[in-house]
Write a protein that binds this ligand. Structure first.
Ligand code: HEC
Length: 162
């Protein structure tokens, strides 16, 4: 009986890293409607923002040039560890990431993972599950913003016509 419980816990543990449904560790309630230009403090669930970036301006619809730049950066610097599905490789898959994390959180995780892993409880929980530290990929804030645009695209947000 005890063994079964252990297995269940273990299963949950592995699942949590690869799934886009880890609402227990998400920094905002999943049910909260997402308004594209909503005030970012509320969007990060009222939590203290750990990283340097405090606010992100979003596009609705998405900017196609930013999506393309973001895709190129993703392929060069992120694809080795992150799939575009919800499947985990080294880090969590990117599917649904824009729903489970706030834009500000994502931008800070991309530009300064060390600060996030040191102080942010959600990032620390991910590290516990993935067992590998996300490396700093030396992206500028604009690079990270392009990757964020690509993440929204990957999550099905509409893109403006060129
Ligand atoms: C060497 C592997 C590796 C590379 C390369 C990498 N990451 Fe990560 N990433 C991770 C790991 C592992 C985590 C989970 C947190 C941790 O353990 O540090 C993570 C977490 C994340 C998260 C949080 C995901 C979530 O579900 O909340 C985001 C966003 C992210 N990475 C973005 C990126 C971007 C963008 C790039 C490319 C510029 C990148 N990562 C490159 C390993 C990597």
């Amino acid at each position: 009986m005890k063994k079964i419980a252990m297995l269940a816990v273990l299963g949950l543990f592995v699942w949590a890293c690869g799934s886009d449904a880890d609402n227990s560790t998400a920094d905002k309630p999943a049910s909260k409607p997402k308004s594209m230009l909503a005030d970012q403090a509320a969007d990060s669930g009222g939590e203290v923002v750990v990283g340097k970036i405090k606010e992100v301006q979003l596009n609705d619809p998405l900017d196609p040039d930013m999506v393309e730049r973001g895709r190129a950066i993703y392929e060069m610097k992120c694809a080795a560890c992150h799939k575009l599905t919800d499947q985990r490789v080294v880090g969590p898959g990117f599917k649904g990431v824009t729903e489970r994390r706030s834009p500000v959180w994502i931008m800070n995780m991309i530009t300064d993972p060390d600060a996030m892993l040191e102080k942010d409880p959600v990032a620390q929980q991910l590290l516990k599950e993935c067992l590998v530290r996300m490396p700093n990929q030396n992206l500028t804030e604009q690079d990270a913003r392009d990757v964020l645009e690509f993440m929204f695209y990957n999550d099905g947000k509409p893109v403006a016509e060129k």
